[in-house]
Design a protein around this ligand. Structure first.
Ligand code: GLU
Length: 346
């Protein structure tokens, strides 16, 4: 009879000792979370150290030589500019090290799409960077963290991973950080590259690659973090029926250098809101029209005359990703035409 222990000992895709060197940078999230006692509902993210997580994945050592360090240990709802800059600095050091072939970043799923896109825009390397999280805490029945970590490492050491930039691995699917969106509050298949489809699949450590990302990022990105101690303030304002423009004025008054409107439909908003964002744009605040919908493209000069009003159309980027790109764009320029070009190219 084949026992579970024997199956685990036999390993997944590879039973040979792993020679690739993978560094795990841990930030917390549900993957490091502990469930409420006695199987009750709810959990606390960021409860376990990375060493515990690595030790909990059978045969991970057969894939690669893994070393881990804890950068922060937070739920990703608390992710912020300060942590992004700290993480990006540490990541830049790690990818430069000849002792690291690939990097895994463990992270909560709530804001993984933002952190991943930020890191993809500022990290210059051909070495694979894979973000891994989970939807169920480490102590849950059928926790998904261990298999995500295993497939994440398999993805990171796959020869086809080089030069693809920052990726996200969850529930056997590989997505580019630039494209991926969290789409469901609790489903283990929460991540989708809604406009484009996934970068590949990773099944029990076997990796199959699809098309590379054809957008500027990583080595082709003009952005960096040298000399940055903070990022320019960019606020997101959600559009809806009867949208009142007061929050637009408040954000500008509070010092926002950029605004992203999570618009209705293809980035639209009420006439009073459009009037106030136009005034903000005239005053030098860069305004990006994105969409509150889960997918699709916000086209320039479609329903809204961006040329006349001085606005930027987000193209494919959802509001959260638009905010990331706009913050980095504002570290370079506040010229609307140049920033529109960035939204077309990144
Ligand atoms: N709020 C948690 C986080 O993002 C839960 C989501 C998760 O990790 O899956 O860290």
């Amino acid at each position: 009879m084949v026992t579970l222990a024997a199956l685990l000992a036999a390993g997944g895709a590879s039973a040979a000792p792993g020679t690739s060197r993978v560094t795990v940078l841990a930030t917390g999230g549900t993957i490091a979370g502990a469930q409420a006692p006695e199987g009750g509902y709810g959990y606390k993210s960021g409860s376990f150290d990375i060493k515990d997580l690595i030790a909990a994945v059978p045969n991970l050592d057969k894939l690669a030589t893994i070393s881990g360090e804890q950068v922060v240990n937070i739920g990703s709802q608390d992710m912020n500019d300060e942590v992004w800059l700290k993480l990006a600095r540490r990541l830049a050091e790690v990818v430069k090290s000849p002792g690291t072939d690939a990097v895994i970043i463990t992270h909560g799923t709530d804001t993984m799409e933002e952190t991943g896109y930020f890191l993809d825009l500022v990290t210059k390397t051909e070495k694979p960077i894979v973000m891994v999280g989970s939807m169920r805490p480490a102590t849950a029945i059928s926790a998904d963290g261990p298999s995500n970590l295993y497939n994440g490492v398999a993805t990171a050491i796959s020869p086809g991973a080089r030069g693809r930039g920052v990726m996200v691995v969850l529930n056997d699917q590989i997505d580019y950080a630039r494209n991926v969106v969290k789409t469901n509050t609790s489903d283990v298949q929460t991540f989708h590259s809604v406009n484009r489809g996934p970068a590949g699949v990773a099944n029990t450590g076997v990796v199959t690659w699809f098309a590379p990302l054809d957008k500027k990022h990583g080595m082709t990105s003009e952005f960096g973090i040298d000399g940055l101690t903070r990022l320019p303030r960019v606020d997101i304002i959600y559009a809806h029926a009867g949208m009142n423009p007061d929050l637009i004025d408040a954000a500008v008054k509070l010092g926002a250098k950029g605004l992203v409107i999570a618009g209705v439909g293809d980035g639209n908003m009420t006439a009073p809101a459009l009037e106030r964002v136009t005034a903000a744009a005239k005053a030098g605040v860069v305004v990006v029209r994105s969409s509150r919908l889960g997918s699709g493209i916000v086209y320039r000069n479609n329903e809204v005359d961006d040329d006349k009003l001085g606005l930027v159309a987000s193209d494919e980027l959802n509001p959260a990703k638009s905010r990331v790109l706009l913050m980095l764009a504002l570290t370079r320029t506040s010229d609307v035409a140049k920033i529109q070009k960035m939204f077309d190219e990144y």
